[in-house]
Design a protein around this ligand. Structure first.
Ligand code: GLU
Length: 421
């Protein structure tokens, strides 16, 4: 039998199946929820700076829109694949449902290496994406946002292209935009902030206090960096941090601000620490995951905690800040070891919750203060955390299954109210 354990879409379906077995929903509904409603894929031709034209394979996967317009980010990267984007789209459906948002789930991607692009090439690629999918996007159809290797600048180009092609202003078509184009300042730190709130709830549950708690964070992109800043600001000791090239580790604790400064100057975390002879040790990403730590935060890619290393995880809790970092096989091992796992669809939902606030404000043309955004965000994550925990207890199961039970049943109800399966 083929080994599907690292295929994110197969893993997403396994997670869904585990929850629907408990929910006892019909086969027709399970079939509908197991597949995206629409799979769009197209090659984007881009004129490169040297005058040549290159084409890049792209996707927009719309998983489900029973609760509202499709919603989810667009990622750029060499490893992007159809099955990855399908999994990410399904996870968006559960994430928006669990948070109680009036959205469905979608995701987009372009297979490319953005690091090799000039700004002008990146702009043409971003505009090209919108030209391919313009008919399927809109504030009441499908609302993209940033994801890995995309940011506010990319959203600005995409929004501008969309408004040019459709001939009207529609800022609610994209979230994570620059503030001047209708974005909200708190969108950028929102996923990391939401993760921080989830860690605080986890600490309460484990009866550990920030002053004595240690944490290790894998991944130093937008999410990892902001999570590290908020955690260290609240007094948590961060003993390890990593980027794709390696990790730095110090029992005394690492200042995220110093690490960000170092990385900006030298390019990679490991390189800058080694060059300066700093006190931190250089370890691998794999070693970081196996550290003796209270809270382990995978904030990079899918499939980081797997059947292969779950037995060696030493944390008291794993808080999934990436999408899909912990596989179903790993979940089973962690459960046996009594390691609490806070699932991605809960822990990293801060980004899409802030996106929802941005969309609401675009629809109203009325803007809130950042303070208001953070306090509403925090209340929503804490509320979803409590409900998830309660559901997990009711069914004597783990928090991922608890989150799926809540999220899937809300979507299933909406489908049947619409007269569907
Ligand atoms: N890309 C983010 C995620 O995976 C945010 C999506 C959004 O804001 O729509 O949750």
């Amino acid at each position: 039998m083929a080994d599907n354990s690292s295929n994110p879409f197969e893993n997403a379906k396994k997670q869904l199946k585990a929850a629907t077995d408990l929910l006892q929903i019909g086969k027709k509904q399970l079939d509908e929820l197991s597949q995206p409603k629409r799979e769009l894929t197209d090659d984007i031709p881009v004129r490169m700076d040297d005058g040549s034209t290159q084409t890049f394979n792209s996707f927009r996967i719309q998983h489900n829109d029973a609760l509202g317009p499709f919603k989810g980010g667009i990622r750029f990267g060499p490893e992007v694949s159809m099955d990855e984007v399908k999994a990410l789209a399904m996870w968006m459906t559960w994430k928006t449902s669990l948070a109680g948002l009036p959205f469905g789930g979608a995701k987009g991607g372009i297979i490319c290496n953005p690091k090799n692009f000039s700004m002008a090439e990146l702009e043409r690629l971003s505009r090209g994406y919108v030209q391919q999918y313009v008919d399927y996007l809109g504030p009441d159809k499908d609302i993209p946002a940033p994801d890995m290797h995309t940011n506010a600048k990319v959203m600005a180009w995409m929004l501008d292209e969309y408004e040019k092609l459709t001939g009207h202003h529609a800022p609610g078509t994209f979230t994570g935009k620059p503030v001047e184009l209708g974005g909200i300042a708190s969108r950028e730190p929102a996923t990391g902030y939401g993760g921080f709130v989830a860690v605080q709830e986890t600490a309460k549950l484990l009866k550990i206090t920030p002053k004595t708690a240690t944490s290790a964070i894998q991944g130093f992109g937008n999410v990892g960096q902001y999570a590290a800043k908020f955690l260290s600001g609240a007094g948590y000791k961060i003993i390890a941090l990593s980027d794709s090239q390696g990790a730095i580790y110090s029992r005394k604790g690492i200042s995220p601000e110093d690490a960000i400064k170092c990385k900006t100057e030298k390019g990679t975390l490991a390189q800058c620490r080694a060059a300066e002879g700093a006190k931190a040790a250089i370890i691998t990403n794999e070693e970081l995951l196996e550290l003796d730590v209270d809270i382990l935060i995978p904030a990079a890619l899918e499939n980081q905690i797997t059947a292969g290393n779950a037995g060696r995880i030493n944390a008291k809790a794993v808080v999934d800040l990436a999408n899909g970092p912990t596989t179903p096989e790993a979940d089973a091992v962690l459960k046996q070891k009594k390691i609490r796992v806070v699932p991605d669809v809960l822990a990293n939902s801060g980004g899409v919750i802030a996106s929802y606030f941005e969309w609401v404000q675009n629809n109203y043309g009325y803007y809130w203060t950042d303070k208001e955004v953070f306090s509403r965000l925090s209340g929503m994550i804490s509320g979803a955390f409590a409900k998830t925990l309660q559901k997990a207890k009711e069914h004597d199961t783990d928090m991922r299954t608890g989150a799926y039970l809540l999220a899937v049943s809300r979507v299933a109800k909406a489908i049947s109210l619409r007269g569907g399966a």
